[in-house]
Write a protein that binds this ligand. Structure first.
Ligand SMILES: Nc1ncnc2c1ncn2[C@@H]1O[C@H](COP(=O)(O)OP(=O)(O)OP(=O)(O)O)[C@@H](O)[C@H]1O
Ligand SMILES: [Mg+2]
Length: 238
């Protein structure tokens, strides 16, 4: 297995708090790898640490053959990693087009990629000249994901994209992510187990700043007891 991203014993502090206590995470190249864990487990902190938005106190982060542990965020992004944060990072006062343009390196769009994005998310084309604040929650999420794929990236980190979305939109997202994962590795942070199960090839479970389980998603999906033990999932989540 070739890992596109490897976190080796990563410790991260936020102010005086010790949040990550030695995270070991291997994200294999290709497809979707899911990072699951309950509230406050350290999922967002892990993604922010990869992006250089929090500093690693101890341990190493390697992307392909690059040691990115001490790199600055823009340099990490330039290596081919996109990050879709929980709050989506959209500029409400700008149009959909302007939001998309800001995500390009040169300000110019690749027409073929844009056509593909419009096919994945018709709302992006429909609301192209609309200010982003006016979009629905689901459409904002689609815009955030579209920004991440406006240019080719090797790895996309996405933090809870289904939060607050209706089931029909979540089904649409599953199709879109399957398509995106054909060309890009996705590290997906999720609490929606149905979504995670539909997409994930592999899964890592984090709890209290440590990875407490790693394996194929199919194994976790088939084992209700393990789910309960690792995630305290309720029966209706199965
Ligand atoms: N800015 C901060 N200042 C202090 N503590 C923080 C800060 N951000 C996160 N933490 C703490 O770090 C721990 C991990 O938080 P993190 O946001 O990574 O969790 P999470 O797994 O993403 O949770 P959620 O599912 O609620 O988004 C929590 O205990 C949280 O309170
Ligand atoms: Mg979070």
């Amino acid at each position: 297995m070739t890992a596109i991203l490897r976190l080796d014993d990563v410790h991260t502090d936020i102010a005086q708090y010790r949040v990550l206590h030695g995270v070991l995470l291997d994200v294999p190249e290709g497809g979707v790898h899911v990072l699951l864990g309950r509230n406050g487990a350290g999922k967002t902190t892990t993604l922010r640490t990869v992006m250089g938005l929090w500093r690693t106190r101890k341990g190493a982060i390697v992307f392909r053959h690059h040691d990115i542990t001490a790199m600055r965020t823009p340099d990490i992004a330039r290596l081919g990693i996109a990050y879709v944060p929980e709050n989506m990072g959209i500029f409400g006062g700008l149009t959909v087009e302007e939001n998309m343009r800001l995500a390009t390196a040169t300000g110019a769009f690749d027409k073929n990629r844009l056509a593909r994005i419009f096919a994945l998310f018709p709302a992006i084309e429909k609301f192209w000249t609309t200010q982003a604040y006016a979009l629905s929650g689901g459409q904002k999420q689609m815009l955030a994901i579209s920004r991440a794929i406006v240019e080719r990236r090797d790895l996309i980190l996405i933090d809870e994209p289904t939060k607050g979305l209706a089931p029909a939109i979540i089904r649409n997202m599953i199709d879109a992510f399957r398509d995106i994962a054909q060309e890009t590795t996705i590290l997906l942070v999720e609490q929606n187990f149905l979504f995670a199960k539909a997409l994930g090839r592999g899964v890592s479970v984090i709890d209290d700043g440590r990875i407490i389980h790693r394996g194929p998603m199919a194994d976790l999906a088939a084992d209700a007891d393990l789910q309960t033990r690792l995630l305290s999932l309720s029966a209706e989540a199965h």
